[in-house]
Design a protein around this ligand. Sequence first.
Ligand SMILES: CC(C)(COP(=O)(O)OP(=O)(O)OC[C@H]1O[C@@H](n2cnc3c(N)ncnc32)[C@H](O)[C@@H]1OP(=O)(O)O)[C@@H](O)C(=O)NCCC(=O)NCCS
Length: 166
Amino acid sequence: MTSTTIRRLQPGEGPVFQAIRLIAMRLDESTFGSTLAEEEARPDSWFEDRVRADGVFVAEADGRVLGVVAVGPKAPAKERHKGLVYSMFVLPGGRGRGLGAALMAACLDYARDVVEIVQLVVVSTNAVAVALYEAAGFERYGFEPRALLQTDGRYTDDLHMWKRLK
Ligand SMILES: CC(C)(COP(=O)(O)OP(=O)(O)OC[C@H]1O[C@@H](n2cnc3c(N)ncnc32)[C@H](O)[C@@H]1OP(=O)(O)O)[C@@H](O)C(=O)NCCC(=O)NCCS
């Protein structure tokens, strides 16, 4: 069986992040806070900037990216002790064999040196993702009703989760 590796994307690999992110948006737009149109409109530099400023991790097998997750400190000066975990995604064919958990573990290892707390936001009905996050030690601290108006006209609620690293 092909082994899968988890690694942090390096400067210059913004296009790798962009490619997997756009696949995620095409397949699972409703699980994310932005729209496919918004992500397609982002300049290439946005993805390169995220790779340089944040920790962006991919799961790869045979040079093919199967999944991604990112974490980075919040921007306001008084919130830089908090990191936001975002962009968690595993290709449908790679799901259910631990890649999401492995990506999260790598992301948390990195975040421990950078921030004190990690936070994330997940659509409340996304039971698989919520289970993954709870298994990784995240706890619920908030619930936002009608947080997103999806492109199909449905409202969805958000769960806010956090984990202390220090
Ligand atoms: C959420 C997602 C990243 C999980 O990736 P994955 O590689 O399948 O997850 P793993 O195999 O590592 O499973 C990790 C944990 O998630 C939970 N989980 C995974 N598949 C599950 C399922 N079908 N039902 C319930 N829980 C499940 C379990 O807690 C599992 O831990 P366990 O195997 O010890 O029980 C993947 O389903 C995905 O990309 N979904 C679409 C995008 C998305 O929802 N992103 C999150 C946005 S906030």
